[in-house]
Design a protein around this ligand. Structure first.
Ligand code: HEM
Length: 498
């Protein structure tokens, strides 16, 4: 490949790129995530361009690393290559094997269709009041920690928070992991620590003698726990329900969506069954375990990065608080109950939303790996072909999100995110104007009185009432909040290492 002029760092005939990778990683903190590697290679070899080959034999398969959105689109969207086989081995001890991230074709589509309603915005809005209960616990714990004036790690707290939320969303269960040890969540966390992707350089970690025993044991525990919950739910919701040709409308938690599917496969009639068909049940348990796994770690690390970045940039943190005050009112004690009553208010926080998106850009919690195919080449904008056969293709979000081709300069908010925020802003204004007009018509006789109260409340929130009558733009407009400058301080501060 090197002889063919395909881009890669200098290749050693025996050790491939092992020394180069080792040297780069040795400059970084020992617990750094592998996601940062491609960008570090590009920093050392800037002429490589956004698509290049890496050979880490004997620790991992040969790779084609993709750090451009244009190229990633070709094998994940235009022609979706199969998921990388090792990913299945990695996920197996966690999910049991039948999981959405590694399924293909019809099977993937079938399960994806089953769970799609669980991701609908309208459904998620109905979950907000429950989620708020967990967030309140989180806030209480943070306050206690802050009062103790001791340094503490945020990660375990956000993990427990997201586990509590994911327990509700997936199993309709209260784990209460934030307040007390929970055997299921502890097993899940233990299993994550034993997972192996297969390219780990630490040989002890790679061939740890206890791994097979621990992963087997943890997997059994998780299977038993989720299986028991499914049986309970089945008996309560399905076996005791009257035969019907349609699945009854229950909640859209992941467990209920799986049961709906079971019922629909039997045309709503399960006869005298008191237990589920074992094959279906096994498959459903795998999917449920996937959600419990995929949903919490990603969200918890993103939360940590959000807080980290806000702590570094107090001017941005102040602007977030200003937006919250203007939408949720200045009394922080009322915010939770207000949001529980009116979850849609969450859609009126475009600046906060932009901060979360920007955090996800800078610190994406996941990436994607695919299996190359004979005859399938990635094509760069200048027409160069990159063969993929026999390779792990790594769409590396961390590097893609920092690629100057997509993010014109490191100092400007990306056009797409800006356009999305502005679109959101315009839609919000239209909705507000509509509501205001409707409210005005309905309350015309008492206008004077309500108008006065409203303006007073806004003034207390630090919002200029004069601006409110024409448009909410000064408060909601991302430009007004300086979103386009958001990245500058984050990139310039010099504390961000990568
Ligand atoms: C910040 C939060 C999150 C990030 C950054 C994230 C990222 C990703 C990425 C990059 C993929 C594609 C993986 C691949 O192509 O191999 C993915 C897939 C998936 N994620 Fe997430 N995720 C997040 C939160 C969640 C949550 C909260 C859930 C569930 C409640 C979830 C469930 C899934 C599932 C089921 C898939 C497989 C989807 C499919 O193949 O159809 N994720 N996620």
């Amino acid at each position: 490949m090197q002889k063919d002029g395909l881009p890669m760092p200098p290749h050693h005939f025996l050790f491939g790129h092992l020394f180069i990778v080792g040297k780069i990683m040795s400059r970084l903190p020992s617990d750094v995530h592998g996601h940062v590697l491609p960008r570090q290679i590009l920093k050392s070899y800037p002429d490589l361009g956004p698509i290049f080959y890496i050979d880490t034999w004997p620790f991992g398969p040969p790779m084609l690393v993709v750090t451009s959105a244009h190229a990633a689109n070709q094998f994940t969207v235009t022609h979706s290559l199969p998921k990388f086989a090792t990913m299945r081995q990695y996920m197996q001890p966690m999910t049991g094997g039948m999981d959405l991230p590694t399924l293909e074709g019809r099977e993937w589509k079938m399960w994806r269709t089953v769970f799609n309603p669980g991701f609908s915005t309208s459904h998620l809005m109905t979950m907000v009041p429950q989620m708020i209960k967990d967030v309140l616990t989180f806030a209480e714990i943070l306050e206690q920690r802050a009062a103790s004036a001791q340094v503490f790690s945020l990660d375990p707290l956000t993990i427990n928070l997201t586990l509590d939320i994911i327990g509700r969303v997936t199993l309709d269960l209260v784990f209460n992991a934030q307040k007390q040890p929970n055997s299921f969540t502890s097993t899940l966390r233990s299993q994550i620590r034993w997972l192996l992707f297969g390219n780990e350089a630490n040989l002890f970690q790679r061939w740890h003698p206890l791994r097979p025993i621990m992963t087997f044991w943890n997997s059994r525990q998780m299977l038993a726990f989720v299986g028991k919950e499914m049986d309970k739910r089945f008996l309560r919701n399905v076996a005791h329900s009257k035969p019907t040709t349609q699945a009854p409308r229950r909640s859209k938690t992941i467990i209920d969506l799986a049961l709906d599917k079971y019922l629909s496969e039997r045309n709503g009639n399960i006869g005298h069954e008191t237990t589920m068909d074992a094959t279906f049940k096994d498959a459903a348990i795998c999917q449920i375990r996937t959600f419990l796994f995929a949903g919490h770690d990603t969200s918890s690390s993103t939360l940590c990065y959000c807080y980290h970045l806000l702590s570094l940039h107090t001017e941005i943190r102040d602007a977030v608080i200003k937006e919250h005050n203007s939408v949720l009112g200045p009394d922080i004690g009322q915010a939770a109950s207000l949001l529980s009553e009116k979850p849609h208010l969450l859609n009126q926080l475009p600046y906060t939303s932009a901060i979360i998106k920007e955090t996800l850009r800078l610190y994406p919690a996941a990436s994607s790996t695919r299996q190359g195919e004979p005859g399938f080449n990635i094509v760069s904008p200048d027409g160069r072909l990159y063969p993929t056969s026999g390779l792990l293709i790594w769409s590396n979000h961390f590097a893609i999100h920092r690629n100057p081709d997509s993010w014109t300069t490191a100092r400007r908010i990306p056009t797409a995110a800006m356009a999305a925020a502005e679109k959101e802003q315009r839609a919000l204004q239209r909705r507000r104007q509509k509501r205001r007009l409707a409210g005005f018509r309905a309350r015309a006789p008492q206008l004077h009185r309500t108008g006065t109260i409203h303006l007073g409340a806004q003034a207390r929130a630090g919002h200029n009432p004069a601006e409110d009558s024409t448009s909410t733009a000064p408060t909601m407009n991302t430009t007004g909040y300086g979103v386009e400058n958001l990245r500058r301080p984050w990139m310039e501060i010099g504390r961000i290492r990568f």
